[in-house]
Design a protein around this ligand. Structure first.
Ligand code: GDP
Ligand code: MG
Length: 162
């Protein structure tokens, strides 16, 4: 079984940066559904001898209208399609109402979910993570997607479930 890992979260938290790091090449297996420009994007990756699929999504802002609502819809579909969900938040921005909304959705959904606190580079990890525990997700991991810090450990943990 090849696990499917969805990347969700607000725009600008680093989902596409992580996607590029997790997939072998940017155009590895890129399939866009429907006609939307900012749609979900699929890529394949490998860690050791284990394959996985990653879905990148456009982002959820929490007060969607128009195209944003479509993007949020795509994110919810990606959650449905996934075996594991990586919910990214931005350590520099701190906790936002949109993060709380997404966390609530994930708790209802009852999927294997990881709260991934990104952009930890140059920050005190313990202090940066502390803010986010109130989201009530059991698995909290810190990474710096742009630099690769913590990324392999995170994927190892995710893949160990399958
Ligand atoms: P997305 O909208 O969630 O897909 O976010 P992007 O991947 O496009 O990243 C948004 C911005 O955050 C870009 O300017 C990235 O370079 C920056 N970014 C992503 N990961 C990191 C990180 O680990 N550390 C820092 N400092 N910036 C990052
Ligand atoms: Mg993106």
């Amino acid at each position: 079984m090849t696990p499917v890992i969805a990347l969700v979260g607000r725009p600008n938290v680093g989902k596409s940066t992580l996607f590029n790091r997790l997939t072998r090449s940017r155009d590895a297996l890129v399939a866009n559904f429907s006609g939307l420009t900012r749609d979900r994007q699929y890529g394949e990756g490998k860690l050791g001898n284990r394959d996985y699929l990653v879905i990148d999504t456009g982002g959820i802002t929490g007060n969607e209208e128009g195209i944003d609502a479509m993007m949020a819809g795509q994110s919810l579909q990606a959650i449905d399609e996934a075996d594991a969900v990586l919910f990214l938040v931005d350590a520099r921005a701190g906790l936002t109402p949109a993060d709380e909304m997404i966390a609530k959705h994930l708790r209802i959904h009852n999927k294997s979910a990881y709260l991934v606190v990104n952009k930890l580079d140059g920050l005190d990890a313990d202090a940066a993570l502390a803010d986010f525990y109130e989201l009530g997700l059991a698995n909290v991991e810190g990474i710096a997607a742009a630099h690769g810090r913590g990324v392999k450990a995170l994927i190892n943990k995710v893949l160990d479930e399958f």
